[in-house]
Design a binder for this molecule. Structure first.
Ligand code: MG
Length: 379
């Protein structure tokens, strides 16, 4: 089989309710870069790249596509190394790896369709076919009703049956953050798993101070306490706190995760399959983590394509550690309105009490809706 074309679809849509995190920019539109790989046998594979879609498009179109055309999709790891080695001399990690991720996911989709197997069967099989999903939300929307909106939203997820919820923090004041977390904890009760995500808005002493207070509120993990460049800081925060520290959504390839894992700078690593290097690379990152008994719980924020790729990857992750009552890695299920997640691949993600079924069809196991692609395509 030979790859005959690589087509990129840059999508954009308006956001119903603009929102922000501690990063401070308001999301008023959402973008996505969908990669379509065509073969001479008529099999088509789909991939998804994380990050600014125009940049991802340029990476795939100009840097990667010429090296992919004519290759056999089954040489997925060979292609990964070829693409990586082509770009590494320019220090192009980040968005370049995001582009490689989209290509890699599409290749796995093709291999699955060609062999009539779901991707998880090709990467070791499923340790689980039901995934526990946690709701990601509680962004900052109405700056005058920050606590009220967070409480209302959290109660809504609890009523839908989600066993776990992740909320944003980082209001420029630990007092405000803690009051808002305490109000949510009070509203949902002690049994719901509650995680917080600071999107790296704190320095080390602040992160340790707020972490100690959050431990009293039974917070399950503290995500991105400090800046991703500050690995020493991560290691300090992780060592200082009893609670689990998570991070890694802005790390790329096994090489950056090697440092983090080797230094035990995080308790939970969160590679994104659409950013860190696709399924091929994330399997290696997960193996590095397992070898150090560090949990791998992937970050997910993309389209239906990215989310299903994440589901196959999650299905293939062993328990860490294996035990009578394991704590399987959860699926991050982002809850802001996003037609690229909700409509692009059909209704795969309806959950029952926070449980999502891993797709069993060939490849990713989704049928990409070309009408939706057409409706939102901007380039
Ligand atoms: Mg995050």
């Amino acid at each position: 089989m030979k790859i005959t074309d690589v087509i990129t679809h840059q999508l954009s849509c308006d956001v119903e309710t603009p929102f922000t995190s501690s990063r401070g920019w308001w999301y008023k539109t959402k973008g996505a870069l969908v990669v379509e790989i065509v073969t001479d046998e008529g099999i088509i594979g789909w991939g998804d790249c994380y990050g600014p879609s125009a940049v991802a498009k340029s990476v795939v179109d100009t840097l990667l596509k010429p090296s992919v055309i004519g290759r056999d999709p089954f040489d997925v790891e060979v292609i990964w190394e070829l693409l990586y080695n082509k770009v590494k001399d320019y220090g192009l990690t980040g968005m370049t790896i995001s582009g490689i991720s989209g290509v890699d996911i599409a290749l796995w989709d093709i291999i699955g369709k060609a062999t009539n197997k779901p991707i998880h069967k090709l990467i070791g099989g499923a340790f689980r076919t039901d995934l526990t999903a946690y709701a990601t939300g509680l962004y900052f929307t109405d700056m005058n009703r920050l606590t009220e909106t967070a409480v209302e939203e959290a109660i809504g997820y609890k009523e839908q049956g989600f066993p776990a919820v992740k909320m944003k923090i980082g209001l420029g004041s630990m007092k405000k953050d803690l009051a808002r977390i305490a109000a949510v904890r009070d509203a949902v009760g002690p049994d719901l798993l509650l995680m917080v995500d600071a999107n790296h808005c704190y320095n080390v002493p602040q992160a340790i101070a707020i972490g100690r207070e959050m431990e009293k509120l039974g917070i399950h993990w503290f995500e991105e306490p400090v800046s991703p460049e500050d690995l020493d800081g991560y290691a300090e925060v992780t060592a200082a706190l009893d609670m689990q520290v998570a991070g890694g959504e802005n790390e790329f390839t096994k090489f950056s995760f090697r440092e983090i894992i080797d230094r035990r700078a995080m308790d939970i690593v969160q590679p994104d399959v659409c950013a860190a290097g696709g399924i091929t690379e994330c399997k290696k990152i997960a193996a590095l983590a397992q070898a150090h008994w560090i949990q791998c719980v992937p970050h997910a924020w993309g389209t239906a394509i990215g989310l299903t790729a994440t589901m196959h990857f999650l299905a293939s992750l062993p328990e860490c550690p294996p035990c009578l009552v394991p704590q399987p890695p959860m699926l991050e299920y982002e809850q802001t309105h996003n037609p690229f997640r909700e409509e692009l691949g059909g209704d795969l993600f309806s959950h029952k009490k926070g449980v999502v079924k891993v797709p069993t069809g060939p490849g990713l196991g989704i049928e990409v809706n070309r009408e939706i692609l057409k409706r939102y395509k901007v380039a």
